[in-house]
Write a protein that binds this ligand. Structure first.
Ligand code: ZN
Length: 280
């Protein structure tokens, strides 16, 4: 039976990608603000479902579409699972709450305000003390390319190795933003994970899949010798996984010329809408 060539497969793949849901476009800032707040509230409730809440720790922020140096964030002390769009507060560049009647978590302001300032492309940033993320962070190592999902972080995340306790100073936020650079995620040593995105959905999805990648690597390393993606079985005894040839530094997973090649960005766009269906 004749096999489809890679040139024949490409149009079908392109057609498929054209039908994948894309982020909506808005005609007014008010519509876009409402959408971002709804997705942000949904992200918090999704984080609660994944068990990412830990006391009063953790925050996700979304840049306001008009006042670009302001961001929406969760009110201090309200459980992730109870947050509605109307509960979110708007914080300015100095840490003042300009909309809403709750307090802002000082760490949320200290970290997120500096990331939003340093990264104009970032719309949203997520940070929480999730179990597997903070467990992995104590090792002070980047994630290895052990699974196809972890390839999304290959050469696209950093370890912030300058933990000094609860972050209450913007100076530490500046150091975290500097360490993050242009990448999508940071492992804050002895603390937890931090991810950023061009949408709320993207930042939340990177966080969810990064925490699960931490879980996968913890499980794999506890079970025995590991085989990094792209390695041969003859290297099964390698204690230090080599960089994977099938993971490129822009998150593209290319398992072969005739196999499906999906960017991590596209993957999040496929999966995120389903993830949010129950949360908003
Ligand atoms: Zn924290």
């Amino acid at each position: 039976m004749p096999q489809p060539s890679s040139s024949a497969a490409q149009p079908a793949h392109s057609h498929f990608m054209e039908r994948v849901p894309r982020p909506p476009v808005f005609s007014t800032a008010a519509e876009e603000r409402r959408h971002r707040k709804e997705r942000l509230a949904g992200a918090f409730r999704l984080f609660a479902e994944f068990g990412f809440d830990e006391g009063v720790a953790g925050h996700i922020t979304a840049r306001d579409p008009e006042r670009l140096d302001h961001f929406w964030v969760n009110p201090f002390g309200l459980h992730f699972g109870r947050i509605r769009a109307s509960d979110l507060i708007l914080v300015d560049h100095s840490g003042k709450v300009v909309e809403g009647h709750a307090e802002v978590n000082l760490a949320a302001f200290a970290i997120h305000s500096r990331i939003h300032a340093a990264r104009p492309d970032v719309i949203a940033a997520a940070h929480a003390h999730s179990l597997y993320g903070k467990s992995w962070s104590s090792l002070g190592r980047r994630l290895d390319a052990l699974t196809q999902d972890a390839c999304a972080f290959y050469e696209d995340h950093v370890v912030f190795d300058d933990y000094s306790g609860v972050v209450e100073e913007t100076a530490e936020g500046d150091r975290i933003a500097h360490a993050l650079g242009a990448k999508k995620a940071a492992i804050l040593r002895n603390h937890g994970l931090l991810t950023v995105g061009h949408t709320v959905d993207e930042a939340a999805w990177w966080f969810i899949t990064m925490d699960r990648s931490c879980q996968a690597q913890l499980l794999a390393e506890a079970a025995g010798h590991i085989l990094p993606a792209g390695s041969s079985s003859s290297r099964s005894g390698s204690a230090s996984p080599a960089p994977s040839p099938i993971c490129s530094n822009d998150g593209v997973v290319s398992a072969g010329q005739n196999q499906e090649a999906v960017t991590a960005q596209d993957a999040h766009r496929q999966v995120a809408p389903r993830l949010f269906a129950r949360g908003v």
